[in-house]
Every structure is written in structure tokens, then in C-alpha cells.
Design a protein around this ligand. Sequence first.
Ligand SMILES: Cc1ncc(COP(=O)(O)O)c(C=O)c1O
Length: 358
Amino acid sequence: MIFSSSLRSAARRGFVTNAPVNGFDGAIGNTPLIYLKGLSERIGSKIYGKAEFQNPGGSVKDRAALGLINNAEKLGLLKPGGTVVEGTAGNTGIGLAHVCRAKGYKCVIYMPNTQSQEKIDLLRMLGADVRPVPAVAYENPKNYNHQAKEYAESLPNAVWTNQFDNVANAQAHYDTTGPEIWEQTGGKVDGFICATGTGGTLAGVGRYLKEKSGGKTQVWIADPPGSVLTSYVNSGGKLTERSGSSITEGIGQGRITDNLGTFVKQVDGAFTVPDEKSIAMLYELLETEGLYLGASTALNVVAAYELAQKLGKGSSVVTILADGAYRYQSRLFSKKWLEAKGLSGAIPEHLKKYSVLE
Ligand SMILES: Cc1ncc(COP(=O)(O)O)c(C=O)c1O
């Protein structure tokens, strides 16, 4: 087989090879970096999206799930037949449930009882023991995160993966997502921007790109309404009360998690993207790029588009395509839901053809 030298070095690191991979875990990562052609040409810059929706569990959180479980194994906290416990209502639970099946662990997921039946059903179909509990504030000891921790502590050979404050999450992105982006752009990445939930993706990728570029790559946070990170970064580190809300899921934060804390001082800037712009981009991505992606991804692409304009013509900006629209389609493409959220008017006339559901 003939390899060019760059392909050979990529193959050595596990990128760009057609060799079989080892099980579900082996299929996580090495996602394509998609040049968003239509959007890029419109502004004369290069906008790239890391296709994390192509991970085998369907989202960027597969990497964190594998990183958290590998770390627990390395620390000797999890042995064959053990139990993984997490408090999550979203993609992390899906990633953990898959990895647990693949590695033979039990998976217990605590979530607020306000979550949709589809989410509960999906996790159960993936073999998880799902425990919906009353939706109470983080300060309340009955909050789903605290219950997850307590339950794990009550069992032998069990671990609470603690995605928000266990820095094995950001480390997984430092070890894999960051190097992949560096390799795929040939080191030409002027800006990286994404929204944060745990902050694992932003902090892990951001730290890697800053180190490799000698500080040249700018790393920005994109925030949904109702998140405090934009004001935190722009005020030089003051935390404000959370107010407002967003249609996006999996992102937005009211505090500096330990994962984000590993990097937040090096962040170059932050701005908030209103839901009106995110929903318009969600439809635009279908029309212009042929991509069917979730609302956090749409927000990320708006942010990358705006950051590329700030950095100037010819700049290269990378963001994260976190998951597909499949899990949200009954809302995002429903005329009634958009109307109820006051977002119908945000979708340009020529894109309204995509809201096909009543
Ligand atoms: C759809 C989606 N986008 C973005 C994120 C944020 O990623 P991170 O937790 O690494 O900040 C999440 C996290 O759950 C998510 O589910």
C-alpha cells in the first residue's frame, strides 16, 4: 500500500486509516473535519466543523464517556462487572450506556423527572438503569447529581463519573479532539470556538491548540442565552446570577466547572448567540451544506461565522458539530413549537419549507 509521508504519520497516530478498529471504543473519534463551503465562501474565510455527530453513539460526548471510564479503570476504581453511575439527561448518558455495554459494566443514570419519555426509553434500550428523580435545584441534596454520587458511594466496585468536575473529561479532548484538529488543518487554525456544557470540549481542545500554536490560535466561548460565561469572561472573572433560557440543549452554564477551570483564564473572548440566530442557522445548514444538526451545533456555527469575520478575510476557524437533529426533530421542525417559542419569524421565508411538521 502506498502512503504519502503525511498520511503515514497520520496513520501512526491512528488517523485516516481504513484499518479495522477495536469495538465500539475504537470507533470513537477520528471524525472528519468538514469544510463548510457555502458559508465560508460567503465571507471569504474558512469555516470548519468537526463532525462529532459521526461518533458511534451520535455525539461529541462519546469521547468524554470513554475518557471518564478509562480513567476510572486506570485509577483502579472500576473492575470487571462494576457499575458506572452518572447524573445526566443527555448525550453523556447515551455515550456512557454504550461504552458500559461494550466493556461489560452496569450503567445507572439519574435524571430530573421532567425529561421526555423518549430520552428515558432510549437509555433503557441501551441497557441503562434509568432513575428519574424530582427536579430540584443543585443546592438541594435530592438533586439528581448528588443522588448519583451517593448511590455510587453506597455500592462496591462502582464509580460516579462526575462529568462536570472530573477533568478526565477535558483530558479526553486534549488527547484526541485537539490533536485531530491540529493534524487535519495542518496547524493552520486561527480560531476555535464552541459552546460549553461541562466545558470539557472547549478546555481540552483549547488547551491543546494554544500549546501547539504557541498561543497564536484564539479560543473563544460561544454562549446560549441564560448562561453566565460571556459576562464572566468579559468582566474579567465576575460570576452573575443565571437569568433567561434557550432552546439549545446540553450547553449553557451557571458556574465555572472544574473542567472549564483548567483553561478559562486563557480564553480570548466570549459572546452570546441569541436563539433567533441559532434556529435560522439550523435551517441554513440544511439548505447550504446539506447537514441535519442539533441546535447547539447551529449555535456553534453562527459563532464560528462571526468569529471568522472578526479575525478577518482568509482566517480559518474551527467549531464542533456536536450531534444530529434526530433527537430534537419533533420540536425543531414543528411549526407549532416554533410559534410557541416565538421563533417562527426568525426563519427566513426561503427556508420555511423545512419546518414540515405541524
Ligand atoms: C448537544 C451537545 N452539545 C454540546 C455539549 C457541550 O459539550 P461539553 O460538555 O464538552 O462542554 C453537549 C454536552 O452534553 C451536548 O450534549
